[in-house]
Design a protein around this ligand. Structure first.
Ligand SMILES: C[S@@+](CC[C@H](N)C(=O)[O-])C[C@H]1O[C@@H](n2cnc3c(N)ncnc32)[C@H](O)[C@@H]1O
Length: 73
């Protein structure tokens, strides 16, 4: 369900793509990411094979652009 207003001082835990899809357009001023290093840390937190990385990351960037406000940082 799409959030109408953003919760304040709350950490929303989850798959970033799923969480982002529930946020309204232009509601975020800053995005800081530390995405997986493809599969070079697969023994730590799993990972994505380098051949599939762009395909895996692009839909997330689409959501980043959608939720970012005019400030776009
Ligand atoms: C490079 S590490 C982040 C390291 C972190 N910045 C630190 O300083 O410890 C990438 C992290 O992204 C998480 N991750 C992978 N896929 C994700 C997704 N779809 N949504 C949210 N987090 C994800 C992994 O579990 C991993 O913890």
């Amino acid at each position: 369900m799409m959030e109408k207003t953003l919760p304040v001082n709350k950490i929303i835990f989850g798959d970033c793509q799923t969480v982002l899809q529930n946020l309204p357009d232009n509601c975020v001023d800053l995005i800081v990411t530390s995405p997986p290093y493809a599969d070079s840390r697969k023994n730590t937190y799993g990972g994505i094979h380098p051949d599939n990385y762009v395909e895996w990351f692009l839909p997330k960037t689409t959501q980043f652009l959608r939720v970012l406000s005019e400030l776009k940082t």
